[in-house]
Write a protein that binds this ligand. Structure first.
Ligand code: TRP
Length: 447
């Protein structure tokens, strides 16, 4: 077992995990959700979800991954020999491929916008024209498919280089750059005329907007944003070495992920208010409203370009982590070569990614339960499989796995004493599973 690869450095391990967590969920989805659901009030509930459910479930995944140094199926076979738990791996493999597919459809749009921004074709239009342009683009089968495939090939290229030379190296370069770009953009946003209004919108709690539905949205958002419940962080933790402090790493990841989400809000809302737009734009915010806003600033070329580079980095480090789940699984459980497993992962994602990309155009009428393929994959994976995985991991580590094993992982074999040990254990056994179950049932049947 000691032959297995590990991340070369602790910083690299954290960079890779933060890279997984920070993605479209932070920059694209969080600002929309917060904007629609009560600003500061949403933020408070989101923080509570991160603390009470997010961190305990990250720690649970870390304990399994780092303690066994195996893929999710191998890990469950080792921790529960002779039991059937490891069959659940198929659920996570399927879910990870579903998320990878619809996620890469959006990544295809990012490639398109990145190219447009770089070649200077993003300027000079009105909001109305950006709207038309976006609709025309997503309805164009060839361009969308082409960019989705291109993105997946870049993803493939990185993954082929393996854990240290691919995943870790890319994270070590892209994550610091991502933070730098985000800070430049937020400083710029704060100098805009109506920055204060945007900041107030983001941080003033409006509790009248908080409904059970919003609480559930906040939890779903926390899970998606922290890459939880799919054995993604479990897989990365299987490459951690034994000196990595799991509770500390989990906290760093949760904090940085939240910081990025809030910074993205700080970039977006001051601009939205300054240029007289409304914040309730939903998903089109990033692809229509922001270009229209950048367009009115001096140096719009640079702001556009920086923003889409930011999105590109954030999403690439995330798709890498989703792919790694099935790559490790296929190569370790089915004795495939890493290259073969990577090709298999990319092949599946290309087929379903293109189908998802087309569901905004030619395949829009192909409906299953009234949802397009894109919406179906999103719904099934984010609303059902992710929380189900979260419940499983917290219960499994909280109640089933040998106490000594868990303690050894949390204390690095009694060499460190995490101060919040007891709280984490309590949240893992009680708070997280109960809260996730309530939210999960409500999400399925409550409306
Ligand atoms: N966390 C990423 C984001 O915010 C998406 C992501 C990466 C993910 N890996 C995951 C979501 C695993 C769920 C499970 O965009």
């Amino acid at each position: 077992m000691s032959e297995r690869v590990q991340f070369a450095t602790r910083v690299g391990a954290i960079a890779a995990s933060v890279g997984s967590a920070v993605g479209l969920g932070n920059i694209w989805r969080f600002p929309c959700e917060a904007g629609e659901h009560g600003g500061g009030a949403f933020l408070l509930i989101y923080l509570a979800c991160v603390l009470l459910m997010g961190i305990p479930v990250i720690v649970a995944e870390f304990v399994i991954g780092r303690g066994t140094h195996r893929n999710v199926s191998g890990a469950l076979q080792q921790l529960a020999p002779g039991k059937k738990f490891h069959w659940l791996s198929w659920m996570w493999i399927t879910a990870s491929l579903m998320i990878l597919s619809f996620y890469s459809a959006v990544c295809g749009w990012i490639v398109e916008y990145l190219i447009q921004a770089a070649s200077g074709h993003m300027s000079g239009l009105t909001l109305e024209q950006y709207h038309e342009r976006f609709n025309a683009f997503v309805a164009n089968p060839w361009r969308c498919s082409l960019w989705t495939v291109l993105f997946l090939l870049i993803n493939y290229y990185v993954l082929r280089h393996g854990v240290k030379r691919g995943i870790e190296r890319v994270a070590n370069v892209m994550m610091p750059l991502l933070f730098i770009i985000l800070i430049i953009l937020s400083v710029k946003a704060l100098t805009l005329d109506k920055a204060a209004e945007g900041i107030r919108f983001l941080f003033t709690p409006d509790f009248s907007k908080i409904t059970p539905r919003v609480v559930i949205g906040a939890m779903g958002q926390a899970f998606f944003s922290l890459s939880l419940g799919l054995s993604c962080l479990l897989t990365y933790a299987s490459y951690f070495n034994n000196s990595n402090r799991l509770v500390r790493s989990a906290t760093i990841i949760a904090v940085l992920d939240t910081v990025v989400a809030v910074l993205a809000g700080i970039v977006i809302f001051p601009a939205v208010f300054t240029y007289g737009m409304t914040p309730q734009e939903g998903p089109t915010l990033v692809f229509e409203v922001l270009p229209a806003i950048f367009q009115q600033m001096t140096g719009s070329y640079v702001w556009n370009l920086l923003f889409f580079i930011l999105l590109f980095f954030a999403s690439l480090t995330s798709t890498i982590s989703m792919s790694e789940i099935s790559i490790t699984f296929f190569s370790e459980e089915y004795k495939m070569s890493r290259n073969g497993a990577t090709a298999l992962n990319t092949g599946i994602a290309v087929v379903f990614g293109v189908l998802c990309a087309l569901s905004f155009g030619v395949l829009n009428d192909l409906r299953i339960f009234g949802l397009t393929l894109f919406e179906l994959f999103d719904f099934v994976s984010s609303n059902i499989l992710l929380p189900a995985g979260g419940i499983f991991f917290s219960l499994f580590v909280g109640w089933y796995v040998d106490r000594r094993f868990v303690r050894d992982q949390l204390t690095n074999f009694s060499t460190v004493t995490p101060r919040v040990h007891g709280i984490i254990g309590f949240c893992m056994r009680w708070v997280a599973p109960v809260a996730i179950t309530i939210v999960f049932l409500y999400g399925l049947f409550g409306h």
